[in-house]
Design a protein around this ligand. Structure first.
Ligand SMILES: Cc1ncc(COP(=O)(O)O)c(C=O)c1O
Length: 407
């Protein structure tokens, strides 16, 4: 087992010290958004007290902000092993990044006869935008099914990769099963047919080392707020030559060199894709959280979380009346389940009474839940600041709830 000093780590996340309903908080909702380490909170505080200004090449404060903002861009590029910082576009979150790609591809000439492929295990953020642009453009949306395990049916996927397909969108890690998709292999299959590949890495980047050049994808979306950053921060990675060649998506403030009533002259990348006020304080403060994650070490985080997730999974699976959704071959950080005869929302509320924060509902992945045989479910998600004792607490509380006995 990986030795992480989890007690010391927990001391760096102040919210983990609080009580909920008189009980020690057990925070098992990091897949929605992570808790925040002190260095990030202090960085945010310092920005608002001493540094706050929009990044621009203007007065001193704005120059300082530019250095911090662009410094974070370089840091995110290094985090992902992108070739250049200008391949990173800052957004409010993965949702905005995925939506941005859909509009870029739409403006690039998506039309009738073209196909867009997503998979059955996508988060709504990687389905909704494609429904919209396919509807608007006349293109066809096709869906790669899953196997009963919750893994993707790679044989079906490969058969769907024809020359009609413009782009394939696939999540790196499912937010429901925690299944890690073989995105490098999938990208190779798609690239062999000249198809663009978009990877949704919202549930991957906080949990293990991601290397976009090794994967070989064209676009990669992620959330900073799921990796210790403030709310509303995320990014889109796009290969530089592609971003340069692709049309703009949004226009307005900050994205153009010049504008006329009949023409927009876009700025170079990445700025041509950063229309409007950027989440600059959030980006600058996220930098401190990335340092924190790096200090703990992404390889150690991965090893610890894989082990902790399997530990929790086994405990939950052993409870009579509890059914875990999916059994993917490779997985991390998420355990999703239903309890026989009990509404997921009721289970969520009952766990909350014991101070345990989980999430219930369609988990923003309604098609996947249906494919796994349910409309709604309960999700416990883990981060390296979680302890084995918290998995025990979840299992003990769940056993009482499943048995119909309140503590
Ligand atoms: C797989 C996946 N994609 C996209 C998103 C959306 O991310 P964001 O909250 O940053 O918009 C989530 C959020 O839970 C997710 O789990």
């Amino acid at each position: 087992m990986t030795q992480l000093d989890v007690d010391a780590i927990r001391a760096d996340f102040p919210v983990l010290q609080r009580k909920v309903r008189g009980q020690a908080l057990v925070y098992l909702d990091s897949a929605a958004t992570s808790q925040k380490p002190i260095p990030m909170i202090e960085r945010m505080d310092r920005i608002y007290r001493h540094e706050y200004a929009r990044p621009e090449e203007g007065h001193s404060l704005s120059k300082e902000a530019t250095a911090a903002f662009e410094g974070t861009r370089a840091k995110v590029a290094t985090l992902l092993n992108a070739a250049e910082p200008r391949e990173i576009v800052f957004c409010r979150g993965a949702t905005e990044a995925l939506f941005l790609v859909s509009r870029i591809v739409h403006h690039d000439g998506l039309g009738p006869g073209d196909e867009v492929i997503v998979t059955e295990l996508e988060h709504h953020s990687n389905i909704g935008p494609w429904i919209q642009v396919c509807r608007e453009s006349g293109a066809t949306l096709r869906v790669v099914p899953i196997l009963p395990s919750g893994d993707l049916d790679l044989g079906r996927l490969e058969a769907m990769l024809t020359d009609k397909v413009k782009i394939l969108g696939v999540s790196h890690v499912s937010n429901v099963t925690g299944g890690i998709n073989p995105v490098k292999r999938i990208t190779e299959m798609a690239k062999a047919k000249g198809i663009l590949v978009l990877v949704d890495g919202a549930q991957a980047v906080p949990h293990f080392k991601v290397d976009v050049r090794d994967i070989g994808c064209d676009f990669y979306a992620g959330s900073g707020h799921k990796m210790g950053g403030p709310s509303s921060v995320g990014f889109l990675y796009g290969r530089a030559e592609l971003l340069e060649a692709m049309p703009i998506a949004d226009s307005g403030s900050g994205m153009s060199e010049d504008m006329n009533f009949d023409e927009i002259t876009p700025k170079p990348i990445p700025f041509k894709y950063e229309a409007g006020e950027p989440p600059f304080s959030e980006v600058e403060a996220w930098s401190a959280a990335i340092d924190y994650w790096n200090k703990v070490g992404l390889n150690r985080i991965e090893e610890y979380e894989r082990e902790l997730t399997e530990y929790a999974r086994a405990k939950v699976a052993a409870i009579p009346g509890v059914r875990i959704l999916g059994d993917p071959a490779d997985r991390i950080s998420v355990v999703t389940f239903t309890v026989d005869g009990q509404e997921p929302k009721k289970v969520e509320q009952a766990l909350d009474e014991d101070g345990i924060a989980v999430r219930a509902g369609n988990l923003e992945a309604a098609p996947l839940l249906r494919a796994l045989g349910t409309e709604k479910a309960v999700r416990a998600s883990f981060m390296f600041y979680n302890m084995h004792g918290e998995a025990d607490a979840l299992a003990a509380s769940l056993a009482r709830i499943a048995g119909g006995v309140r503590a």
